[in-house]
Design a protein around this ligand. Structure first.
Ligand code: FMN
Ligand code: ADP
Ligand code: MG
Length: 206
């Protein structure tokens, strides 16, 4: 039995090099996320990252995303909105050692709003149902990476990989619920200059 993982990752507020801004159109991956794992991941090109942050190690990270509302219509109780909605995310940057990819990919799993119950919480009945939205291929996605969780691993089984990603979702959620991270999702009106700037960038799609 492996030892339990820490419930949160990273310091109490983002420290350099975070937040890291990444942006790109959602592209096709290998089609394994949903089909093999039951975990959809929006893939975006990795070129931008290699250019601007060559030092960033491969691994699993958490952050916040926004989708271009011109092509992605987010339904709320008030109907669809024209402003981008900011949602929590967990992502993997690397070569997916379990699948032995030869090219580096950036794959983002978008989680439900922090105000909603977590579908990946421990002790749920049956097997975990990860968050699923209507497809949004080709939509522009803006991402702020806020913290690092762990390196990428190879696994003895698909089930072991899925279970670790489930825990990643919970670690990301708990980490983002901290005040200095939550302010990137929920605009409390009290946010400082740099946070407001990053948040404004996140929801801007020209
Ligand atoms: C939070 C998260 C953590 C991941 N960790 C690993 C990992 O440790 N090892 C690995 O081989 N793949 C990891 N993956 C990648 C999955 O294997 C990948 O999402 C899957 O291969 C789907 O790829 P596709 O988008 O090309 O279909 C992770 C994915 C996510 C979203
Ligand atoms: N919660 C979600 N997070 C990320 N992508 C999602 C989510 N729900 C649905 N999707 C859609 O599923 C696609 C990813 O599915 P996936 O099986 O990983 O395919 P691919 O290998 O083409 O990336 C995304 O591009 C997006 O359109
Ligand atoms: Mg994917």
């Amino acid at each position: 039995m492996s030892k339990p993982r820490d419930p949160v990752a990273g310091p109490d507020s983002p420290e350099p090099p975070f937040p890291i801004r990444l942006s790109g159109p959602v592209i096709k991956g290998f089609g394994r996320g949903s089909k093999d794992l039951g975990i959809p991941t929006a893939n975006i090109p990795a070129d931008d990252l290699s250019e601007k942050h060559p030092e960033l190690t491969t691994g699993v990270y958490y952050g916040v995303v926004a989708l271009d509302p011109k092509t992605y219509h987010h339904e709320t109780s008030e109907g669809s909105t024209s402003t981008a909605v900011v949602l929590p995310a967990v992502l993997s940057i690397g070569y997916n050692p379990f699948y032995k990819n030869t090219v580096r990919s950036v794959e983002i799993h978008i989680m439900p709003a922090l105000t909603q119950p977590s579908p990946t919480a421990a002790g749920q009945e049956g097997h975990t149902k990860f968050n699923r939205l209507p497809d949004f291929y080709k939509t522009r996605l803006n991402l702020l990476i806020l913290g690092y969780i762990r390196p990428e691993f190879d696994y003895v089984s698909l089930e072991a990989l899925v279970e670790d990603i489930r825990v990643d979702c919970e670690v990301a959620r708990e980490s983002l619920l901290r005040e200095a991270y939550k302010c990137y999702i929920v605009d409390s009106g009290k946010t400082s200059g740099k946070v407001s700037e990053d948040r404004a960038w996140l929801v801007s799609f020209d």
